[in-house]
Design a protein around this ligand. Structure first.
Ligand code: ADP
Length: 211
């Protein structure tokens, strides 16, 4: 985050002279306490300063990068996940391609009754199975998908950063967000995290427009 000139000055004063009260900082800057309040609130909320009642402001000693890292690790899969798009093993390759276009996604999660995850089918899986085959309506997705237990997934409580590392490490575009099925048999798909999810979070963190 970018600090204003005045915020930089406050930070320097607290660094040199902290603990120091808001009143004392205001005096040094020839400003009123009320004028400084928003700046002190921003510096405290963003973690540059620590405030202790009746003592004053301390410099937290954290750099912008450290604070960004802390903030990043707090983003969770739960708050960023999007709606999963699913099909069944019996769905034909033809219908799976149509679903990808209609739903505007690049990965379909394959489920059985109860939304239990059985596989994943990607754009390239569908392209590969389309080569040299005429009748795409007769091939079920079940024969071309990547199958459990070889699916990399993430859970609601995981950090978005951990999910992003999984996307990179496993060289895939999407992860199903899963939770244990109530029946105790398998995992239920409750969301999806894709490279687009991570890009959106990145833009948001940079103060860009929310999408
Ligand atoms: P594409 O194949 O269109 O480039 P991916 O890179 O996501 O898309 O997929 C590469 C391969 O990995 C495909 O065969 C796909 O079935 C498989 N795959 C995709 N997502 C996952 C996942 N979350 N876990 C395991 N395998 C996956």
């Amino acid at each position: 985050m970018e600090l204003s000139k005045r915020q930089e000055t406050i930070l320097r004063i607290v660094k040199d002279e902290g603990p120091i009260t808001g009143e004392q900082i205001a005096e040094k800057l020839n400003l009123t306490r009320a004028t400084l309040r928003p700046d002190l609130a921003i510096l405290t909320m963003s973690g540059f300063l620590d405030a202790r009642p009746r003592v004053g402001y301390f410099y937290s000693g954290k750099t912008g990068n450290q604070l960004l890292g802390e903030h990043l690790r707090k983003l969770s899969v739960k708050e960023y996940k999007s709606v999963p798009v699913v099909c069944q093993e019996e769905t034909s390759v033809y219908d799976a391609i149509c679903t990808m276009f209609l739903e505007d996604v690049g990965t379909l999660f394959v489920v059985r009754e109860g939304g239990i995850l059985t596989g994943v089918v990607s754009r390239k899986d569908l392209l590969k199975s389309s080569m040299g085959t005429r009748d795409l309506s007769s091939i079920p997705v079940g024969v071309i998908m990547t199958r459990m237990p070889n699916i990399v997934s993430c859970e609601l409580d995981e950090s978005l950063l951990e999910a992003a590392s999984k996307l990179i490490r496993n060289q895939v575009d999407a992860l199903p967000v899963v939770k244990d099925a109530e029946s105790g048999d398998g995992v239920e798909v409750v969301g999806r995290i894709t490279k687009t999810t991570i890009t959106k979070a990145f833009v948001e963190l940079g103060g860009g427009e929310a999408v």
